[in-house]
Design a protein around this ligand. Sequence first.
Ligand code: FRU
Length: 535
Amino acid sequence: MKSKKHLPLAFYSAILIAIAGCKPYSAVAQNTTVSVSTSAEEQMYRPNFHFTPKKGWMNDPNGMFYANGYYHLFYQYYPDGNKWGPMHWGHAISKDLVKWEEQPIAIYPDNDKYIFSGSAVVDTNNTSGLGTGKIAPIVAIYTLHDMTKEKENKIDVEQQDIAYSNDNGFTWQKFKEGNPVVKNPGIRDFRDPKATWDETHKQWILVLAAQDRSQFYKSKDLKNWEYLSDFGKNIGAHGGVWECPDFFQIKVEGSNETKWVLIQSLNPGGANGGSGTQYFIGDFDGTTFTLDSNFAKRVEKEKAVWIDYGKDNYAGVTWNNIPSADGRRLFIGWMSNWEYAQDVPTNTWRSATTIAREIQLIKKGNDYSLISNPVKEINKYVSKTIKGKNLNGKGKLSILEPGKIDLTQAIVNFNLKNLKQDTYTFTLSNAAGEVLTFGINNSDHYLFLDRSKAGKNNFSDKFASTITKAALEGNQKDGAFKIILDKTSIEIFYNNGEKVITEIFFTNQPFTSLSVSSNEGVELSNLVLNQLNIN
Ligand code: FRU
């Protein structure tokens, strides 16, 4: 990838398309029309509670913040087609991070100048001077991607622009007189700015993805940015271009120690192929991000540390301006993968977001890790709870028979005890014979998820060609699972979110049963099946 910027764009695009599974910045499918959704499609595939646009294409979440009672979510959006196309910022709001209401499009492209990913901050002290004095302005910073320059094989295709809102994020004006706020420095992939207030050093910080590294900038007013440093060349995973970083300070759970976290997506080269999101933990002196020495050893050993091992959690970043009384670090990702996102069998819309998650930093011995768990707000939608009996035995044991819980919106919790050197396979199934399996291989020490028999998959040879694996540190004695099921997705949170696997699937009928099997015998306890009722 290093020599890419010296190559003609056609070559670059061909390589990119071949490696990245058709990331089509130039091969835009603008002629794909979106027909009105049939009720069959709605019923089969529209998630019950993960956000999807009513119609059109969606990719990365962008510019999330909290203001005046609403969590705002923006996203890469092409309203007129179901494949990637001229990028807008779509918009949705929620009072609780679970139920989303789509809003009018927030930011439109100017002809061939697409509005790529970025972030937004609530400028409480009006440091930008873009406020009118009554309420805090909200400043969005995003990449302006010039398609004409791209077609002309230019290098300086991407620059960072701002737009602002003086009505708490509902309508936006581009900062025409001041853009770009960060010029292209001669780097072809130079995008996805994420701004944050650095309280320790009293400055705005911007991190953006510059090909094979993250770059840091600082500012006093969100309009003038000064380059500080970069991080990541030859560190962590580099199977593809780095995209969509995030950078924030966070407290270690149960202590007053703080660390800085850099989240860094890349495509391809993810944990299980295609798009994936890694993270780094370290310190920031106001200029330079330095990896924590123990975390550096882990990165070296594991090659990369991932926020999610599933194939469908990409480009995730965190919310700005969560009130300090709340204090959570909240994250959401795009629940798809560039390897097949444009081919999945929905017509009216394409893609959903993950469930919103709380990210926490934990320390075990000298090792720091992020854990992520679904936001607690989802629990208020539990309409029925079934507590299961403990299960003990060999072979296949039924956990849930058809008819008790509708698995198209449910949370399932259980613990496994006294694990042997054996494989524990959980199977979700339906009357059509479709199965989704997941579990623990405790001989070779990994979690797994296999969607190869879970309905439609012939739309892409990448979709179900491999079993997803997440390595575990040695023999597991016990394991705790929390599983969130929506119609077309599973999100597995293992051991309080120490390992997460998120994937989508396209069954022809809903799953109705859940069972577990192992050769040596299963001991399953604390089974709680929660019916959700979100629609
Ligand atoms: C990530 C990404 C970003 C870019 C956006 C374009 O999926 O490639 O790097 O800004 O999508 O839609």
